[in-house]
Design a binder for this molecule. Structure first.
Ligand code: HEC
Length: 177
């Protein structure tokens, strides 16, 4: 009986090797944009590449074990779920408020050691204390920068006498056309 169960499981596994999930293999360009605008240092970049991008961008790496069922199916499912919550490839389409909120969650999941997701960490390892600190520091700096930008926007709006800046001249040009 047990033999039959194992044989059945074995065949299910073999067959599932042929049922390939669609790969998450978009171009790295969107990540490059994020890395430039979010002032990602080389140190932060390396950590994100090794621990986070696989599930939170449109560009997953596929070493051989990622091609093996059931790992490939589990990953495919988690990539979809991960991207739904936080997709770094779409960073530029987030509003300042959304970016701030994502960075807040970013710090939270690292503090609570929820990310990188288990059992991904069996192969890719947890974040070391130093890596966690580096990521959290970056996120905190980014949050304060986004906050400052927003304050500037606010005071600009409140300013009842529009100064000659790019925005108003652009509007005037459109109006006079
Ligand atoms: C194996 C895939 C995987 C890896 C690797 C991974 N994540 Fe996630 N992440 C997920 C999934 C799935 C979710 C959504 C469900 C959940 O929270 O468990 C998520 C959710 C998140 C969220 C949103 C949390 C929320 O409250 O909505 C953040 C922020 C996040 N991850 C950051 C990270 C960071 C930072 C890393 C790297 C240190 C990382 N993740 C690595 C799969 C992953």
């Amino acid at each position: 009986m047990i033999k039959r169960v194992f044989l059945l499981l074995f065949f299910v596994l073999v067959i599932s090797q042929f049922l390939r999930p669609v790969k998450n293999q978009g171009s790295y360009d969107s990540i490059t944009t994020f890395e430039a605008t979010a002032e990602v240092s080389n140190e932060v970049k390396t950590i994100l590449q090794n621990k986070c991008y696989d599930c939170h961008t449109n560009s997953t790496r596929y070493p051989w074990y990622m091609e093996v069922s059931p790992i490939t199916h589990w990953m495919s499912y988690k990539i979809d779920e991960g991207k739904e919550h936080f997709n770094i490839s779409e960073w530029e389409s987030y509003t300042d408020k959304q970016k701030d909120h994502k960075l807040e969650e970013f710090v939270e999941v690292i503090e609570k050691k929820e990310m990188p997701l288990k059992p991904y960490t069996w192969i890719h390892k947890e974040l070391s204390d130093q890596e966690a600190k580096t990521l959290m520091n970056w996120a905190k700096v980014m949050r304060s920068r986004i906050g400052k930008n927003n304050e500037e926007l606010q005071t600009k709006k409140e300013d009842s006498l529009p100064k000659k800046d790019l925005d108003t001249t652009a509007v005037k040009e459109v109006v006079t056309e």
